[in-house]
Design a protein around this ligand. Structure first.
Ligand SMILES: Cc1cc2nc3c(=O)[nH]c(=O)nc-3n(C[C@H](O)[C@H](O)[C@H](O)COP(=O)(O)O)c2cc1C
Length: 255
């Protein structure tokens, strides 16, 4: 089915869509835009058209909402917000409201994907969460040597029953066919979570479990061929940070 349709009544043949099309899929013929079938469906033509002549009938556009440029947000405050982000490892028991979960997932859904593939999956752990964490704990308790390959401090840590998910109310596994798209989606989600007053921990340990024990990965029932890229532990912070820790100096490189 053709997913990009030009409303000929509305099209003024300005060519803005054709000029902005990454796929060179649009031409202007007889003063009207014509779209070749099988384009990326990125929606740039939909976004740029001055008369709203581009339609995407296979998509639900009602959830797109008002167009807002991030430049409306104070950039200096935004940067301080990024610097003030901390990995959260202590969480309140308070649940995360459904509306906030939805906003975090939407932030991931709207992150860019290579060739607009949109093949990143977001798996919220609910009924299977307990058994999955139990399996992970078992793996790390019986195989600390295996775990310590990843990080030396494991030899010093006590692996308690909440070692992986820290008792946080929300756990989202982000998966995909490669690592880049899911990583980008995760970063968008983390910033969204922070803006909602929530803290985030990326559990590399959990990801390690899904690699070390395929049965743990199987319990997630991911789309075929997907690998776990991040596991995001999310909840209201039970600790408040007072200042921004320094980073290594940024190396200015010019080539
Ligand atoms: C991909 C990834 C995996 C991580 N895995 C873990 C983890 O399993 N356990 C943990 O305590 N922290 C984990 N972290 C958090 C890092 O240790 C943390 O980002 C780093 O210490 C810097 O602290 P900050 O995020 O508060 O600036 C992970 C971070 C990333 C990006």
């Amino acid at each position: 089915m053709q997913q990009i349709v030009i409303n000929k009544e509305k099209c003024i043949g300005c060519g803005k869509c054709a000029k902005d099309c990454v796929d060179s899929a649009i031409t202007i013929e007889g003063g009207k835009a014509v779209v070749r079938e099988g384009c990326l469906e990125c929606g740039h033509c939909f976004a740029i058209c001055p008369t709203g002549a581009v339609e995407m009938p296979g998509y639900d556009t009602s959830d797109c909402g008002e167009f807002v440029s991030l430049s409306e947000i104070d950039s200096a405050r935004f940067l301080q917000g990024i610097k003030s982000r901390r990995t959260m490892r202590q969480f309140q028991k308070r649940p995360v409201e459904a509306a906030k979960v939805k906003m975090i997932l939407e932030a991931g859904r709207y992150a860019p994907t290579a060739k607009n593939s949109q093949k990143v999956a977001f798996t919220v752990l609910t009924s299977r969460r307990k058994e999955i964490e139990k399996e992970c704990v078992k793996l790390f308790r019986t195989g600390v040597d295996v775990g310590s390959k990843f990080i030396k401090s494991l030899e010093r840590s006590e692996i308690d029953d909440n070692f992986f998910f820290k008792g946080a109310p929300l756990v989202i596994v982000v998966s995909g066919y490669d690592s880049v798209d899911p990583s980008l989606a995760s970063a968008y989600m983390e910033l969204m979570a922070n803006s909602l007053g929530l803290g985030v921990l990326y559990s590399g340990f959990f990801r390690a479990c899904t690699i070390l024990n395929p049965l743990i990965k199987a319990r997630l029932k991911l789309p075929m061929g997907h690998k776990v890229v991040t596991c995001m532990i999310i909840g209201y912070p039970a600790v408040a940070y007072k200042r921004i820790p320094p980073r290594k100096p940024r190396k200015a490189r010019r080539r």
